[in-house]
Design a binder for this molecule. Structure first.
Ligand SMILES: Nc1ncnc2c1ncn2[C@@H]1O[C@H](COP(=O)(O)OP(=O)(O)O)[C@@H](O)[C@H]1O
Ligand SMILES: [Mg+2]
Length: 241
C-alpha cells in the first residue's frame, strides 16, 4: 500500500470557500508532495508552525484537499471523511498522548474494537508487545508514566490494524531512553508492513529509524532526502533536537 498526499492541501485564497463547511478556509499547505510506502517510516521535520500537524490532518481526512490528490492504497480518497478513512486503516496518534486518563488501560484498548477486532485479541497483542501494560491493565491510564501512556496510545492504534499510521510529536515530554524505546517499536511496526508518517519537531529522535525525511517550513516541504542528507542539512541550520 502506499499513501500519497500530493500537491498540497488546504489551499485557497481567503475568498475561497470550502463547499462542505460553507465558511472561508485558509491556505496552510502549498505543493506538499509526499509518499509513504508500505514498510517505510517517513519523518516530517521542521519548526513549530511549519505545517506538519496540518499535513497529518489532511492525511486523516480532517482537513480538505482542494487541489492535487490524496491516495491511500492506490485509491484516490479526496473528500473521504475521517471516519471512512479510519475504516480503511488510517490511524492517527495526535500530539499529546491521545489516551483517556479516566479509563483503565483495558478500557482504553476496548476503544479500538470499533473497527471489528475483538478486545481479547487486541489485549493479547498489546500485552505481548508492551508487557508493562499487561501488569497495569486495571489501572487508570492517567496514572501511567508518560512513556507508558505513549505505549498505550500505540497499542490502541495497533488494535485498529492500521495500514497508515500517522504519529504527531511522539517524543514530546518523554525521557531520551523512552523516546528510543518508543521509536524502536515504531521501526518494528514498519518492518511489519505498515506505512508510517511521523511529524517531529525534535528531528534527531526519529531520524535514526526513518527511511526518508522532509523538512517543512511555512507549509512547504523545502527539502526531502535520506535521513543522512537531512541530518547534514539540519546540522547547518537552526533545527535539531
Ligand atoms: N486552527 C487553526 N486556525 C488557523 N491557523 C492554524 C490553525 N492550526 C494551525 N494553523 C496555522 O497553520 C500553520 C501550520 O500549523 P501546524 O500544522 O500546526 O504546524 P506544525 O505542526 O508544524 O507546528 C501555522 O502557521 C499555524 O499558525
Ligand atoms: Mg504540530
Amino acid at each position: 500500500m502506499s499513501a500519497v498526499a500530493s500537491d498540497g492541501a488546504v489551499p485557497a485564497p481567503a475568498d475561497r470557500t470550502d463547499p462542505t463547511m460553507q465558511e472561508p478556509i485558509l491556505e496552510v499547505l502549498h505543493g506538499v508532495d509526499l509518499q509513504v510506502p508500505p514498510g517505510a517510516v517517513v519523518a516530517l521535520l521542521g519548526p513549530n508552525g511549519g505545517g506538519k500537524t496540518t499535513t497529518l490532518g489532511v492525511c486523516s481526512g480532517l482537513h480538505p484537499v482542494t487541489s492535487g490528490e490524496l491516495r491511500i492504497a492506490g485509491r484516490q480518497v479526496n473528500g473521504v471523511s475521517a471516519a471512512q478513512l479510519a475504516r480503511v486503516g488510517v490511524c492517527c496518534i495526535p500530539e499529546g498522548r491521545s489516551i483517556f486518563a479516566n479509563l483503565t488501560v483495558r478500557e482504553n484498548l476496548w476503544l479500538a474494537t470499533g473497527t471489528g477486532t475483538p478486545l481479547g485479541a487486541i489485549e493479547e497483542a498489546a500485552y505481548a508487545r508492551f508487557p508493562i501494560l499487561g501488569h497495569r491493565r486495571q489501572q487508570l491510564a492517567g496514572t501511567l508514566s508518560g512513556g507508558e501512556q505513549q505505549m498505550l496510545a500505540l497499542a490502541r492504534a495497533l488494535g485498529t490494524e492500521p495500514v497508515l499510521l500517522l504519529l504527531d510529536e511522539l517524543s514530546l515530554g518523554l525521557a531520551p531512553l523512552l523516546v528510543s524505546q518508543v521509536y524502536d517499536t515504531v521501526s518494528e511496526l514498519a518492518a511489519g508492513g505498515i506505512s508510517i508518517l511521523v511529524a517531529e519537531q525534535f528531528a534527531r529522535t526519529v531520524l535514526p529509524i526513518a527511511h526518508s525525511a522532509g523538512i517543512m517550513l511555512h507549509g512547504r516541504i523545502v527539502q526531502m532526502g535520506s535521513p543522512d542528507e537531512i541530518e547534514a542539512k539540519l546540522s547547518t541550520t537552526y533545527l535539531g533536537g
